[in-house]
Design a binder for this molecule. Sequence first.
Ligand code: EPU
Length: 426
Amino acid sequence: MEKLRVQGGRPLEGEIAVSGAKNSALPVLAACLLTKGPVKLNRVPRVRDIRTMEKLLTYAGARVDVNGSHVVVEAGAVEKPEAPYDLVKTMRASSLVLGPLVARTGRARVSMPGGCAIGARPINLHVASLEQLGASIRQEHGYVEASAPNGLKGAYVHFDRITVTGTEDLLMAAVLADGETVIHNAAREPEVVDVAALLSKMGARIEGAGTSTIHVQGVSELHGAQHTIIPDRIEAGTFLIAGAMTHGDLVVQGCIPEHVAALTVKLRQAGADVTETENGLRVRCPGRMRAVDITTEEYPGFATDLQAQYMAAMTKADGISFITETIFENRFMHALELARMGANIRLEGRQAIVAGMPELSGAQVIASDLRASASLVLAALVAKGETLIDRVYHLDRGYERIEAKLQRVGAQVERVSSHEYATQAT
Ligand code: EPU
């Protein structure tokens, strides 16, 4: 198994490039199942979750050609409208194929995702919304089986709570439904807008993506298209926090400032200087950061996917900060590992109270999920001495060559295999 070894104490300086958004590329790839025509995608990040989604498409019968960050999907025939357990168990976002499969073929059999380190993450809202479009859905033997032999029918759907992939799943089903669908209390995330942009290029008729009410006029067929995935706002935010924490001078190339506005407001309040450049954002933070509270919310609020990384910054800030998680019920696993590095964090239900310490110290830590891993990398960058982060496969699910990108801006970080480490350590 691989680990990351980090020597802390180096400021990050220079330019770091942002890859395509994982959480946009996932539904975009699923959307390719909706048409026979080839869909040509650019800026697809080469991360593990994307490879899993590509495997799902191939399993269903699509042809997937990958050439670096360019991917062409051709789903001429969808022979097996299924997502088997072996693929789904490694990635919860597999439920994104449910909507497209039932819309295209009239049936879908998708394994139910299991538990997850950050919370229960049920898919009841995906299921209920597809039922409103006329799909009959059964859940048995660990699978969701949907069928709509006569096609889906447009309907008015109100989501009880905001769900990102639930909105995307329904949107992808509604584009081929008969008549109008109105999605109320829809997620407003940039990733939803990106999927809608691709679907529109494929011939779908969608209005209101990016607002909480989306109108879709169903069409009988979609065609091939070409699309460039938006830059990853969570990766960009991770680098911005890293630049501020390490007291560096970092230009995060290719990020869209509006997409990370909730974070940059907080970084500025904490004492960082964040300015727009021609093609991204520059962050500097010469002095110690100040403690500033955050509460996670749906977009455009502070992203839950940046909460762990922000907490890492607050462990060294001057003062006490309150970090409140409202989206997932169990997303503080990183706090316990950060504590092993000397952080002072008290957990009270959905709130973490972080008392900033003057120093963190390197330690052996274990990554519990994707964003938790990123927070440990950030803490390691400023800790005294060496940190060894175990289970980096979590990191590889969503960050493209993170150690190579960080090395180029001055971080001392390397990937080692357990075996290699054992040999060196003796
Ligand atoms: N929820 C339900 N029922 C459902 C769906 C969601 O109760 O059917 C609840 C969830 O349990 C959660 C809340 O609604 O408490 C919001 O979950 P949402 O459905 O919005 O999350 P998601 O679509 O499963 C996406 C991202 C996550 C990100 C969340 C929130 C993708 C592939 N995943 O998940 O990204 O944290 O939205 O912004 O888009 C990550 O990249 O590390 C990651 C976890």
